[in-house]
Design a protein around this ligand. Structure first.
Ligand SMILES: NC(=O)c1ccc[n+]([C@@H]2O[C@H](COP(=O)([O-])OP(=O)(O)OC[C@H]3O[C@@H](n4cnc5c(N)ncnc54)[C@H](OP(=O)(O)O)[C@@H]3O)[C@@H](O)[C@H]2O)c1
Length: 309
């Protein structure tokens, strides 16, 4: 075991008893796009494995349908994946023109589960999410279908991935889900009461986008190629208001020993109710930087400064 594996701390995925690295790799967005070099994407997964990451998150429809397939390829050299927790999502699909649509029909959810198992070459998915369900999707037929998938051993933990408070409330009431993936980072302190609420229900919380898309850094304005333009366009389209908000957090990049991204991740992990912070990257240096955030305790003055914004 390398010193890295010792260093990357593990946490429990709620009551499931599954132990996962407290920092996980999101295999989505630009990482999974065909335009991004497959070799570079695979090298990131291999380095993450080497450094002790055991939680990898993807989805059937991520990156135009290529991300899950790419993750399968990146892990194909492993004869034993039993120490990994592979997390994927069903319920969103792509039509022939590559446009996303929702399909939470029982047939598709079962098919999607089986496809993911095949693509990832495993017998059991670590976490199987309903990907952004609508209220009408919480019907008995679907809930009993996914419960059956778990009972059949195809899935270890059932989850929903939603950032919608009403949907999250509905999911908690079903009593079916083991974990919920929400967006949580230092720019989303409003989520803390939600995390408390989910935790009280004995449901694990996975933090997506824990780096807040790096709005606190100058990363989005450092345009060195198509990848950077893509990230900037995504940020301008999805969260233009965060450019101004992000400026209030720029001080975290000036810490003498920690990088801004390490502080952002350590802030999320400071909450013991978070099972895993799942970030995305296309850069090996960023990967190493971020994984070094495991086990860091932020000084109280720094936490206070962030909390007071
Ligand atoms: N965002 C969502 O809406 C969403 C929804 C559901 C699930 N998720 C899950 O959450 C994962 C992460 O989400 P995300 O990628 O949107 O957000 P994120 O992890 O908060 O931010 C990723 C951005 O941060 C940059 N970055 C990473 N490390 C950095 C470093 N050390 N220094 C500077 N910049 C750095 C990345 O650029 P580089 O590539 O250059 O490193 C990328 O632009 C996804 O992969 C997925 O598994 C996200």
């Amino acid at each position: 075991m390398s010193q890295w594996e010792n260093k990357l701390k593990q946490r429990l995925l709620g009551k499931t008893g599954i132990k996962i690295s407290e920092i996980g790799l999101g295999c989505a967005s630009f990482w999974g796009k065909k335009i991004f070099s497959e070799n570079a994407a695979i090298a990131i997964v291999h380095k993450a494995l080497e450094k002790g990451v055991t939680f990898f998150d993807t989805g059937h429809s991520y990156s135009g349908g290529n991300a899950e397939i790419r993750l399968g390829k990146a892990l194909s050299h492993l004869s034993d994946k039993s120490n990994l927790c592979l997390s994927t999502k069903a319920g969103t699909r792509l039509n022939k023109r590559g446009q996303l649509y929702k399909d939470f029909s029982v047939d598709w959810v079962i098919e999607s589960c089986h496809r993911s198992l095949k693509i990832l070459s495993i017998d059991t998915l670590g976490v199987f999410h309903l990907h952004g369900p609508n209220p009408e999707d919480f019907n008995d037929e679907l809930l009993s279908t996914i419960t059956n998938l778990k009972q059949q051993g195809k899935v270890r933990a059932l989850a929903i991935n939603s950032f919608n408070l009403d949907i999250i409330d509905m999911a908690m009431e079903t009593g079916v889900f083991d974990c919920i993936m929400i967006d949580y980072n230092l720019m989303m302190k409003g989520r803390i009461s939600l995390i408390d609420k989910i935790h009280k229900k004995d449901i694990a919380v996975l933090a997506a986008a824990p780096l807040a898309g790096a709005f606190y850094s100058n990363r989005l304005f450092r345009i060195r190629g198509f990848k950077d333009l893509w990230y900037l366009a995504r940020a301008l389209k999805n969260s233009p208001n965060k450019f101004i908000q992000g400026r209030k957090y720029k001080f975290i990049n000036k810490h003498p020993t920690l990088t801004g991204s390490q502080i952002a991740l350590a802030y999320v992990l400071d909450n013991p109710k978070i099972s895993c912070a799942v970030f995305g990257t296309t850069d090996l240096q960023h990967l190493s930087d971020n994984l070094n955030a495991s086990g860091i305790s932020l000084p109280i003055e720094l936490l206070d400064k962030i909390n007071n914004i």
